[in-house]
Design a protein around this ligand. Structure first.
Ligand code: SF4
Length: 679
């Protein structure tokens, strides 16, 4: 371990990859020092980053391997634990075949860990390997993939400071990616026009010059309506559309149906505001689109993202500084976990499973005889297959399925149905309670490896601390497991794995440990050792086979479940500034819990009046899947008829539905039908 004090590190929560220093005392994390020189956060940290010491030093950290017995958890030695995991994996493989196995990787783990994780799965003969990107931004991969050729943020966050117009749709970055606000404020100071489309009024809406409060699930209609105005008013960048895209005529044809009056009826936004937004975006010299899970977590998630790309393309707002499409990812390494092929349909570097050439490349690199040919099950499908008894052994690295997947009761039933469940994590979580074997992992500050932020910035993390007890780095656990499975893995450390990654993933071709340690990493594509990275994508050509972007028309579709007489409220879910994902880390921070301790539900005062609900009342919320309790917060942030629940507490996903986007297989967390009563 390299001794530095304070030790530079990267925040383990959201995808911005903010840097800071850990101050060490007697081998413990004792303080935080800000890092003003970091290009993304320039020293600032949000409440989660500021309280990360509470996670590192928490007494609940898992310290020893644990085996479930009839009388409870029994502490066992690593050797026994890994023998057991390997024996169960091999047992299922021999008895039921490779597709009885499934592996869920983690967007909290490093690139090297996810790469090795999916390599183990594929060498055992299954593509049933996925990660939690399936729950947040799988539709970014499918939507941007089919239009631009790659599902990644096109421009760095700092570019926003020079945008003349910023169109935000389905993102509350002021709370959830706070460092983005600084750049948007910089742009506003220079005169930028900011449009925020969101069903809720949020702190991000307060930054808006034009706030569009749409009915949840009507994003495609809004985007098509804006494009209708742009086409009919002659605001299309004809030269860009002609020279760099295909499919304009087909798009134009579909857009005819989305005149502002029709779109106003669907979205609830006055037609004059749709026209104003369209003109502001199209007429700006440089305009950027920022989006997040507000548009991705729908059955039309892929269509929502596709329509964002169409909008940017017909205006020529892509491939230059201050423009582009900026999906703000969720967890700190969502981008990297996907780049590494911890996805059921892609090998590392996005070679398609089922494409013999892509499979051949990986086979040659790995010295494998044959890799499985058909796409595996996605994270959401793995849960369904476990419920039906088709998955026998599941290995989960760093994810709490029970609280992060929709319909928690169905997830629990699926986990109970498994023959064997391994959970590898830093804390015991609700999923680990169903495990047969729990393996204690090192946290971000206790291991080395690379992480790729939402702006494609690959940064290297050095260990600052020793893991507690006998906890080990995920990579070390996987190396030992692979050995016990009889796989020939010659690596000694993360640096050597990264060397193989640079051969497997063309965009990482020039990325190496020593280069990442300097200057806050490299932004991919970085194809060779002499390349300095690519902050802006698509400057000359798109990443499609012929270099042209595809304009793909999409149509508005209603959500899978809409309110009706039995369930009259529309329930939507999202994040808050104080907690993160399923809360496995943030709900262990006393200082965050002091400010937000329990599940609450936002309800409009008019609905509350009708139902005689007062601020602070305990409510029971019921959907077709189950019921949960929450405390009432009366607020005009939500519209009448809409309820909002943060998803950081157990209970929220008891209510949500498992309807999936047909391409990305992402669940529709953002819309379900619900009813409430006083508890
Ligand atoms: Fe930065 Fe995100 Fe961490 Fe907050 S949670 S400090 S915005 S990386």
């Amino acid at each position: 371990m390299e001794e530095k004090n304070p030790q530079p590190t990267i925040c383990p929560y959201c995808s911005l990859g903010c840097g800071f220093y850990l101050k060490l005392e007697a081998g413990k994390a004792a303080g935080i020092r800000y890092m003003p020189e970091h290009p993304v956060n320039e020293g600032s940290l949000c409440p989660k980053g500021n309280t990360v010491l509470e996670v590192l030093n928490h007494p609940d950290r898992l310290k020893y391997p644990l085996k479930k017995t009839e009388t409870g958890w029994e502490r066992i030695e690593w050797e026994e634990a890994l023998d057991l995991a390997a024996a169960k994996l091999k047992g299922s493989l021999e008895e039921y075949g490779p597709d009885s196995l499934a592996f869920l990787g983690s967007a909290k783990c490093s690139n090297e860990e996810n790469y090795i994780f999916q390599k183990i799965a594929r060498l055992l003969g299954t593509n049933n390997v996925d990660n939690c990107a399936r729950l947040c931004h799988a539709s970014t991969l499918t939507g941007l993939g089919k239009t631009l050729g790659t599902g990644a943020m096109t421009n760095p966050i700092s570019d926003l400071a020079c945008s003349e117009c910023i169109f935000v749709i389905g993102s509350n970055f002021a709370e959830n990616h706070p460092a983005v606000s600084r750049r948007v404020l910089e742009a506003k100071e220079k005169g930028a026009f900011v449009i925020v489309a969101d069903p809720r009024m949020t702190p991000t809406s307060w930054l808006a010059d034009l706030s569009l409060r749409l009915v949840p699930g009507t994003d495609v209609a809004l985007l098509n309506g804006m494009m209708h105005v742009i086409v009919s008013e002659g605001l299309v960048d004809r030269e860009f559309a002609r020279e760099r895209t295909k499919g304009f005529a087909e798009l134009e044809n579909v857009l005819q149906r989305y005149d502002p009056e029709t779109v106003s009826r669907i979205t609830g936004i006055p037609s004059a505001e749709i026209i104003k937004a369209a003109r502001a975006y199209a007429r700006a010299g440089t305009a950027a689109i920022v989006y997040s899970m507000g548009i991705t977590q729908h059955i039309s998630g892929t269509d929502n993202v596709t329509a964002c790309a169409d909008l940017a393309l017909i205006c020529g707002h892509i491939g230059k500084k201050g423009a582009g499409i900026l999906p703000l990812r969720g967890q700190n390494n969502v981008q990297g976990a996907c780049d590494m092929g911890a996805l059921s349909e892609f090998f590392p570097g996005y070679g398609k499973v089922g494409d013999p050439e892509a499979a051949g490349r990986m086979q040659a690199l790995w010295g494998a005889k044959k890799l499985p040919e058909s796409p595996g099950l996605t994270a959401t499908e793995i849960v369904g297959a476990a419920g039906k008894g088709k998955i026998k052994t599941l290995y989960v690295m760093g994810e709490d399925l029970v609280n992060s997947h929709p319909d928690s009761s169905r997830v629990k039933q699926a986990l109970e149905n498994l023959d064997f469940l391994v959970v590898q994590d830093i804390f015991m979580n609700d999923t680990a309670e169903y495990a047969d074997l729990v393996l204690p992992a090192a946290s971000f500050a206790e291991k080395e490896g690379s992480f790729t932020s939402t702006e494609r910035r690959v940064q290297w993390l050095e260990p600052a601390l020793m893991p507690p007890g006998e906890a080990r780095a995920d990579l070390e656990i996987l190396f030992r497991l692979a050995e016990k499975l009889g796989l020939d893995f010659p690596y000694r450390d993360a640096g050597e794995v990264l060397e193989e990654i640079s051969a497997a993933v063309p965009a990482y071709g020039g990325i190496a440990k020593e280069r990442l340690k300097k200057d806050f990493g490299l932004i991919w594509p970085c194809p060779d050792a002499g390349h300095t990275g690519t902050p802006v994508l698509h400057t000359d050509s798109f990443m499609t086979p012929d270099g042209l972007a595809r304009l793909v028309p999409v149509e508005h579709r209603s959500p899978a479940e809409t309110p009706g007489p039995d369930y009259p409220f529309l329930l939507t879910t999202g994040r808050t500034v104080l907690h993160y994902n399923a809360g496995s880390m943030s709900r262990r921070c006393k200082s965050l819990l002091k400010r937000e301790a329990e599940l609450y539900v936002e309800i409009h005062p008019a609905d509350a009046r009708t139902m005689e609900i007062r601020e602070g009342n305990k409510l029971v919320l019921e959907s077709r899947r189950g019921s949960t309790k929450a405390t009432a917060r009366l607020t005009e942030r939500v519209s009448p008829g809409v309820l909002f629940l943060p998803f950081h507490f157990p209970g929220t996903n008891v209510l949500t539905a498992d309807a999936l986007d047909r391409e990305a297989k992402i669940p529709e967390f953002k819309v379900s039908a619900c009813r409430i009563r006083r508890g």
